[in-house]
Design a protein around this ligand. Structure first.
Ligand SMILES: Cc1cc2nc3c(=O)[nH]c(=O)nc-3n(C[C@H](O)[C@H](O)[C@H](O)COP(=O)(O)OP(=O)(O)OC[C@H]3O[C@@H](n4cnc5c(N)ncnc54)[C@H](O)[C@@H]3O)c2cc1C
Length: 484
């Protein structure tokens, strides 16, 4: 092929990029293009922090491409309109891109394919952001896995592909017609600086540095430290994996290398625990791709009948970190201030919203999508449905985190709480998780009283779920009688 367009989507990097590598191998010339369209990144739209990450990632990508004598073309509009137009103007034969798995991404891809096809141009999409796609790992009966452990076993039994080579310098193409290209910060409406300190380095280089740092030591303690929010025990790779500033094969190759350097069985096991987390990412990706209804409701449809509370004052208190439960409030304030939240805290606040406040998990899911820098429909939806017990392989509905016990176990000295709830900074360890035990000190500190009592809510929520389960069983039996 003479010329192809590489359509950058959630693959904002030059190394280990499957479609880009295919273009480099098969075409004499590649033209890199980014099309800004809300739908590219899901119908929910991007939150402020994701926009800032995207802006920085694209800016860095454009600079790296320039070093290789390529100019990134940035267009605005629907990809199915812009890409055929560009093919004509640039005399490109085809568009190459990496596949997306969210319902909206798939719809956009199908429209792009039809439009290019109708205009006489080629279109090829490649597997890139996951190791195994939704139809590649199936049960013996040929169905998608809905339970994690056997899925992970099947995943691990397969060979792991090597990273793709990095795009290298090519001859400058001086004969390209001049194409209008936009200034991304202006298009995105995010011209300010990313919040200092809190924002991840949203570049391919930043991703590789984060990966190298994690693999040089922390990965060996991951299994023991990953549950403690006050420790920096996790990789912080999630926004990079979300936007593709790092390739999954690169992460896996680095992990394999780190594992080979492990000095003990414990260190090897820690590497394996990290691998399991990466497999959770693929598990939820295939759940969303195979069961797209999860994007709009419970994986188990009977739970769509749950009668949730619509108490907006409670929801606001949860959003703003004012529930009176220190670990929940610290977590939500951290999320609001930084756009990132430790996995343990995501589980705690998600359970608190759905099982203590009895508020629909979808309200929380939407809030997370707006706030998280790594907001990812598949992982977020999976995490929320797990916490609310409405999903695949979810926590049983009667397993309900006690926010006090969770705080005591995973933030034993209250270090994380003190950082984010300054009202409680001087509280002793015995009180920091239950400040209401000293009402006078609580009032003096100006901290909130509990908006609900966990023990009471626990009984209520169990009853709420049990009622739905009973109704659905009666319904099933009635249905069976009717059928027979
Ligand atoms: C309610 C809830 C909402 C969540 N929302 C998101 C989200 O929007 N985006 C997101 O990437 N993750 C989400 N997660 C999963 C997990 O919390 C984050 O991936 C993790 O905290 C990111 O930090 P890290 O990169 O340091 O993770 P590490 O512990 O270092 O894990 C490495 C990578 O594995 C993947 N991973 C780890 N745990 C999970 C998991 N449980 N499910 C899927 N992938 C996982 C991520 O890509 C992560 O970057 C959510 C979890 C819950 C309980």
């Amino acid at each position: 092929m003479k010329r192809v367009i590489h359509w950058f989507r959630r693959d904002l990097r030059l190394s280990d990029n499957t479609a880009l590598n295919a273009g480099a191998v098969r075409a004499e010339d590649i033209v890199p293009v980014f099309v800004w369209d809300d739908a590219c990144f899901g119908s929910a739209g991007l939150g402020e922090r994701q926009l800032a990450f995207l802006r920085d990632a694209i800016t860095a990508l454009r600079n790296s491409l320039r070093e290789l004598r390529h100019e990134l073309i940035i267009c605005c509009g629907q990809p199915e309109v812009e890409l055929p137009k560009l093919c004509k103007e640039l005399r490109a034969e085809a568009v190459f891109c990496n596949r997306g798995y969210e319902p909206e991404e798939k719809r956009v891809e199908a429209r792009v394919f039809s439009a290019l096809n109708a205009a006489g141009f080629g279109f090829e999409s490649f597997k890139d952001s996951v190791v195994w796609e939704e139809q590649e790992i199936l049960t013996q009966a040929g169905r998608p896995f809905t339970v994690f452990t056997p899925y992970a076993r099947a995943w691990k039994a397969r060979p792991i592909p090597a990273p793709k080579p990095r795009l290298t310098k090519r001859r400058a193409n001086t004969r390209l017609p001049k194409i209008k290209s936009y200034d991304l910060p202006v298009v995105l409406g995010v011209t300010g600086k990313s919040d200092a300190g809190a924002a991840p380095d949203a570049t391919e280089k930043g991703a590789l540095t984060t990966l190298a740092k994690f693999m040089s030591g922390p990965v060996y303690e991951y299994a023991t430290l990953r549950d403690y929010p006050a420790k920096n025990g996790t990789s912080r790779l999630s926004p990079h994996l979300r936007f593709g500033t790092v390739g999954i094969r690169t992460v896996l190759a680095a992990l394999r290398k780190a594992r080979s350097r492990a000095r003990s069985i414990t260190e090897k096991k820690s590497c394996d625990v990290f691998l399991t987390e990466l497999i959770w990412r693929e598990f939820y990706n295939q759940i969303l791709a195979n069961f797209p209804h999860v994007a709009h409701g419970s994986f188990r449809p009977e739970y769509n009948a749950l009668e949730w509370s619509e108490n907006s004052a409670h929801f606001d208190a949860w959003c703003n970190g004012m529930t009176g439960y220190p670990i929940v409030d610290a977590a939500m304030r951290c999320l609001n201030a930084t756009g990132w939240l430790h996995n343990r805290l995501r589980m705690i606040v998600a359970m608190f919203l759905s099982k203590d406040l009895l508020i629909n998990w979808q309200w929380g899911e939407r809030y997370f999508m707006r706030k998280l820098v790594d907001a990812d429909l598949a992982a977020n939806n999976g995490g929320w449905q797990w916490s609310a017990s409405t999903g695949t392989d979810a926590a049983p509905y009667f397993r309900i985190f006690n926010p006090v016990a969770q705080g005591q176990k995973f933030d034993p000295n209250g270090e994380f709480i003190r950082r984010w709830v300054p009202e409680l900074a001087s509280f002793p360890v015995e009180l920091i998780h239950q400040p209401w035990k000293n009402p006078a000190a609580l009032n003096r500190a100006g901290y909130h009283h509990r908006i609900i009592l966990h023990e009471k809510q626990r009984l209520k929520v169990i009853e709420m779920y049990r009622a739905v389960k009973t109704r659905s069983r009666i319904g099933e039996r009635a249905g069976q009688r009717h059928d027979s």
